[in-house]
Each structure stands twice: as structure tokens, then as C-alpha cells.
Design a protein around this ligand. Sequence first.
Ligand SMILES: [Zn+2]
Length: 877
Amino acid sequence: MRDGQPNPVTRLADYQPPAFLVPDTRLDVDLRDGETRVTAHLKLERNPARADRPDELVLDGDHLDLRSVVLDGRELAPGDDYRLDGPRLIIPGVPEAFSLTTEVRIEPEKNTALEGLYRSNGMYCTQCEAEGFRRITFFPDRPDVLSRFTTTIHADKGAYPLLLSNGNPVDAGDEADGRHFATWEDPFPKPCYLFALVAGDLACLADTFTTASGRDVALRLYAEHRDLDKLDHAMDSLKRSMAWDEKVFGREYDLDIFQIVAVSHFNMGAMENKGLNIFNTSCVLAHPATTTDAGFERVESVVAHEYFHNWSGNRVTCRDWFQLSLKEGFTVFRDQEFSSDMNSRAVVRVENVDFLVNHQFPEDQGPMAHPVRPAEYQKIDNFYTLTVYEKGAEIVRMQSQLLGAEDFRRATDLYFERFDGQAVTCDDFVACMEQVSGLDLAQFKRWYAQAGTPVLTVEDEYVDGEYRLTFEQHTPPTPGQPDKAPLMVPVKLALLDGEGRALPLDDQGRTETVVILREARETRAFPVPARPTPSLLRGFSAPVSLRYDFDERQLNTLLAHDSDGFCRWDAAQRLYFAALARVVDGGETPADQVARLTPVIEQVIARADEDPAQAALLLTLPTENAVGDRHTPLHPQRVHAAVSGLRAALGEALADAWWRLAEGLRESDYQGDGAAMGRRRLRQVALGYLAAAAGAGQVDPEPLVAHLSATLAAPTCMTEELGALRALVHNRLPGHDAALKAFGERWKDEPLVMDQWFGVQATVPGADTVDRAEALLAHPAFEWTLPNRVRAVIATLVNANPSAFHAPDGSGYRLFARALKKLDGINPQIAARLANGGARLKRLEPGLAQQLGDALRDLRPGASANLAEVLDRILDA
Ligand SMILES: [Zn+2]
């Protein structure tokens, strides 16, 4: 907790290698409810890489009750032989190489922070990244200390029949008093953040995978017994991930067994502990009756992501936490590529870009803006951000494009071979790219160091048979970085003629080229017969904000004819943003926009059966947050009125077309393939427009209510069921209360479905939803200690319901502040992450900014280090 002192700051520039290495770690964990003992036997030796040879051993610890310290067989005395400095254990005058045994007592049952060892629904489990291991035992808790772990777990056999840790199982047996033990040995040296332990009574889905070199790997997925039927999709995703990583990156799995455990109380999505991944239930359990299509896609991508970490993260790990994107950016890139190969590449790319542009770009423009490789932090937990993950993935993607597929593969092979078993940096990664390709990427590396979204302004002219494009790049100032240097920006482009055909750009007739920008301002010329429509930043070739003054005719051309999925989607988005801007700032009405947008939408609908999922993306209006981020100062209610008004107006104007889609795409039986998911997605978009029009009283609600009620009475799957519920509830259509009640009753024993039920209610547009959210917090099924439930109510209200969160009377802010205060005492990581919902403070119109600022300022005294860092950035920016 904070005592008026500023939090200590950790800086990349201060990095020093560890003073001591720990080649061997033997843990003995004696689990007893109320009294757990951890005995750690460490072999330590001085690190030759550390020139200043400190003679003190400093070990990290947190919430540990130290019982004994034994060095080379001699029990040390407190005070004389060792001391505790805050949470750290300090032993002066240690030899060059020695063994150290410590015994601590810990209380996993009281650990609501969900870091280290804790209890969740009657089982013990761990989460050590980034700094949780220090809550289990004293250790140099930093990623560049790699150790070989052997772990023995003892527990009551009846309550905890299953005892798991990293690596391969080597021993097990019964002990006195109905207890038993198991020993696991991990032959691969790893940092302690990859340590994991599980003890519980769980059901298992078992399978095997034969690697390319012919080794059989046992696959085990564990969940609560009632969830055994929800593991098939994760197992299938895992086997496809293993095969894909062999084929695409040449990476084979290395242990005899790979295990995933589903845990209900979990701060993150999932964790890649060596050989024993621990997952939030929401990222592993899937069944058509209880999981939406989006949930299925998430399971597939998270299973792949964590599995891929076995090489990009575990075999080759990070030197320090500033290099987090080394493993996360690269692994997100790898999971995006996997999803693209498993599904429609064009659709996955648009989904990824949509997420980046509408979530990471705002982070870059707000008080939390930081480089992909930050220069300093107070709490590393606060830097598990979209910038590190998503923008980090774009930086790897740009390198893969610059090198081309073959060289990129050679470069990643080199990276994995050269650094196997080591803790390295982003520079080491880029050096492999340079060595293989011969490219000079010194300027490119600014992408890692410079925060903020570059703005790329493009101007054009057509003179004497030559089309000239002038590119100007500028990265706005961000906290701590007032001046920015030009970046290396790959811009993939094509030029379309009046009929929308791509023009040849060189002698070989190629119609697409990549311009690599290096200067603040550059001009390129293309000899073409007439002024073309530029198709810019194809495939979203760089994470920049593109400014080009497209006219409506050009956007219609791109939307109708461009072969690039991103550019089509971007054209549609620009048309929607322009229409909404005319309403928000221009004094026009939503109805005024209908005539201009209708032909565009009709054209997309006419081609919808070519790719229903892509059509769904093209027909989806920007979110209120995305629209709001384009208007300063931000008036959330005005934006809400514009977006909901436009949706209702389009719903009314195109009601017949929406009905044809909704009816035509209705399924009689559930199908789980990608094509069926695309059709369901498009049907939900159509129903969304109809429901908006019905809710606004612009069409008769009766036929729609009948349709939705029929779906709810006999849904083919959760996507359909939840979609119908949301349409009724969000638009307050007749019968919505009864539908909510019935849904809640039907699914009361399925926590992940109940999260959706809470979420639907927390996202009902309108200021009165704050009262509804207050009531949800008092609901018997609401648990402050369950992060998924907290996210379902509070995070969705704050991040996905601007018209409620920014209620004019400030009630949304007061609820937000009360929730943060309460959560900070339970789980500071979750509180800090949630606090980022206040990041738009300085963009709000003055009346709201004042109220939000007041609510947040009240939280500062006594805030945890995690929460304080975020509050300080928001309030002081
Ligand atoms: Zn990851």
C-alpha cells in the first residue's frame, strides 16, 4: 500500500545481470488447508557476467512467513546471518557457490490477489507471471534467472487426487493420514514466472499427439467434472496448433506431456507455464449450447497462443520485463497467423485491425501511452497492454513483410536456434532479421522505442501522365516523449481506375507495390493513364493513422471493387464516420444520412453470400467509443444519440432487406463450421438493425418480437440465444424483462453464461443502466473476488456503454470509483486494469471531466502501487 511515498520506478537503463544464478531448484510444497509450507532447496553460484561482484545475496519475497534459512547445511540466525529488508531476504557474505534451503509458510486461502499460489473453487493453482513466484518462496524473481525445477507436492488424497506441476511426472505415492505426493521434473531451465502447480479434483480429457519426428506426446485437459463435455474444442485447437507450429515455424513440442487446467478465478486469459498451461475457464471451455461463436474463436486463438509460447517465450525468454513484447508481440503475431490459416484470412485481418485501431490507438492517445518496449514502469502488471501485445504483433508483422516469407522463416529459425535456453531482448530478435536479410533495421527499431500512433498524411496530384503521392509522417507527442523521429513505414498500395480495376504499376504488370518510407516527407510518382483512386495501406501494412481526403465516389469505388479486404472495410468505416460526423458536429439528422448510405449498404447486402462474415464486418457501424475518439471535446450523449439514431434510421429504411437476411440466414440445425459462423454473424447484424428501428418506434416491433421470442424458445446455439436476448433487452422491446428472467433461471448454474447475462444488462444503453448495475452488484451471483464477473458488470459498463458510464449526473463515475476502491483491497491488478476506463478524462467536455476527476482523485490516498500508477497517469497527464 502507499504511504505518501512515490512508488519506486524500475528503468530499462538501469538493467544489470543477476548477481547470482540458480542452476537447480527443488521445491517441496506441503498443501494443508490453513497451513501450507514451502521448502525450497536452491543451488546458487556467482554470475560471472556481473562485474561488480556484490557479496550479498538478495532474494525477492512477498507475503511469506519465513521459518528457517539453511546455508550449506548450517542454520542461519536472523539478524546476524540474514535480515529481512521489507519483503526481501538479504544474506551477506555468501560464498561463490552454495546451497540454500528456506522454509516459509503461506496462506493461499486468503490470497484474493490471485498472484502466486491461491485457491479457486476448491482447488489450488498458481499464477506467477510477472512477479507472483515471490509469493510462494524466496527467489531471484526475474526472467533472466533460469533454473531446472523439480517439484514435489503433498496433499490430502481425497480432496486433491490430482497433483500437477511443470515438466514430466517422475514419482508419486501414498503417505500417512490419507495424504499422497507427486514429483514433477522439468528438464528445461526456465525463469520462475513459468512455474506452475495445481492440486484439485478435476475431470480429464486425454488424447495424444505424434510429433513430426515421431514422438508421442500425452495431451491432458482438466476442468471441473461438470465441464468435461466442454473441452473438445480446446483439444482440437491444441492439436491443430501443434501441427501448425511444426509446419509453419518448424517448432516441435519437447516434453512427454502437455497439460491445460481450467480455473474459474483468474486475472488474465491464460498462462503459458512450461508444460502446464493454466487457463481462465472462459478461454478453454466451449460448447455450442453455452458458448457463442466469438467464444469458440477465442478458445481457438488463446489455446494456440499459449501453446506457441512454448518456443516464443519459454525456450527463448525475455531478459527483463521491458522486453515483454519479445514474447508477446511475436506470439500474438503467431496466433493471428494461425487463426488466419484456420479461418478466412481477410476476415481475421480486419478483426485484428479493428481491435488495434479502436482499442490500442486510443491507448496511444491517452495518458497510458508508452512504447512497445517501455523505458520505465512502477508495476509491470500495468504494462500487459494492447500496445505491448497488439502493436507489438504489428511490428513483427512489418518485419515479416519486409523480409518476405522465406527469409522471415530463416530468421525465426536462426532466432530459436541461437537463443534456445536463453533470456534475450527485442534487439536480439531484430538482429536475426538483419543478419538473414541483409537489411539495415536500425531506423525500424524506433517502432519499439517510440510511443504514439504515427499519423500518415497523404496528398496527391495528377500532372502530365504522372500520379504523384506525397507522404508526410508525424508522431504526436506522448507523456515523456515530446519529440519523435521519422519511422520506417511500409505502405502497400494499388491504384484503381474508373472501373475499379487495379492498374499495372511496373513492366511486369504487377498491380500492388510496397513503398518504404523513411523520411518525414517523401513523394513517389506512378505513370498511369488517368487520375486513379488510391488503395492505400493495403492489408494495413503499418500501424499508422492514415489521413487522405477520400471523396465519397472514391470510397464507393474501393468498397465495391477493391480486392483488399482491409481497404474495403476501411472505406465502409470512413463512409460511416463521415455520416456520423455530419450528425455529431454538423447539425444534420440521422435520417439525412440514409439516402447517401443506402446504395452502399444495398450493394454490400447484394454480395453478402460471397462471404457473409466479411459482409457482417462491412455492415457494422463504428462503436460509440470509436466515434467519440474522433470528436473533441467528447460529448458521449451526443455521440450515443448519433450512432443509435443512425442505426435505427438504417434499420427502418432497409427493413425489407434486413428481414430477408434475417430469415434467409436462419438455421434449423446447428453447424459449427466457419461458413455457418459467418452466416450467424451476418444474421445478428441484420437483427440488430431491425431491433434498433423497433426500439426507436420507427417500425412495428411486433413481428420482430415474435421472431426473437421464437428463437429464445428453441435456440440452435448460444450465439442465437444470446443475440435474441440482447436485441430484446438493449432496445427495451416488449417482453425483455421476462426474457431476461427466463434466461437467468435457465443458466443459473453455468457461470460463463451468467457472465454474459450480467454483461447484457450492464450494456443496456442509457443513463438509467447505472442503477441497474448497482442492483447487479447486489445480486447473489455477483462475486467481487471473481474477475470474470467483475469484468462482466463493471468493465463492460465502463468500457462498452458510454451513454451509461458518462451519465450526466456523474452516477456512473461514482459507481466506478466505489468499485475501484473495493477491488483495490481485494485484487490490485484487476483494479488497476479497470481504472484505465478513466483514460478519456482529459478528452471529456468540462462538466463531465470535472466529475470524473473528482471521483478518481478521492481514490488516491491509500491506493495500491498498481492502482496509484494508473491514477497518477490519468490525473496528472
Ligand atoms: Zn502471451
